[in-house]
Design a protein around this ligand. Structure first.
Ligand SMILES: [Cu+2]
Length: 150
């Protein structure tokens, strides 16, 4: 069973690296495409993200969504368990204590608060947020790279 999980994590890593490269090549001004390609997200930390116990006090990510054609989404749905910080190179996630405020600014925005990262970004070891979100009734997955300081 452990071997299977390891194999799945490796496969997931290969898939996420390849799709991230694709998404980044499609990005413009910080917009990242979903793996389905129909929607874009822009993820802006409200302050520099930090690792450890102090992180949740200030770690917030403002997410803005729009269609690939530039139209704002009118229906935005996800919950805390759909927002998954993960470090693919080490195969670990974090503790999902964060909170989600949908429609925080505009209808097509969400603020994710109290994000906890177990460690800082180190050399080849980076954090990615896996986000499964329903946009205008359509399922989309985003893979959002974030940099986490000490
Ligand atoms: Cu790690």
């Amino acid at each position: 069973m452990k071997r299977l999980v390891g194999a799945l994590l490796c496969l997931n890593l290969i898939l996420s690296v390849s799709t991230s490269v694709f998404a980044n090549s499609e990005a413009d001004d910080g917009w990242l495409a979903s793996t389905e390609g129909d929607y874009l997200v822009k993820a802006i930390p409200t302050a520099p993200l930090v690792a450890g116990q102090k992180g949740p006090e200030t770690n917030q990510l403002m997410l803005t969504f729009q269609s690939i054609a530039g139209q704002p989404v009118s229906l935005l749905e996800f919950t805390a368990t759909d927002f998954v910080p993960f470090m693919p190179t080490m195969g670990h996630g974090t503790v999902a204590t964060h909170q989600v405020d949908l429609g925080f600014g505009e209808e097509n925005q969400a603020l994710v608060k109290q994000i906890y990262f177990t460690m800082a970004t180190m050399a080849a070891h980076g954090w990615v947020i896996y986000l499964d979100v329903n946009l205008d009734g359509l399922s989309n997955r985003f893979e959002i790279p974030v940099i986490v300081g000490m």
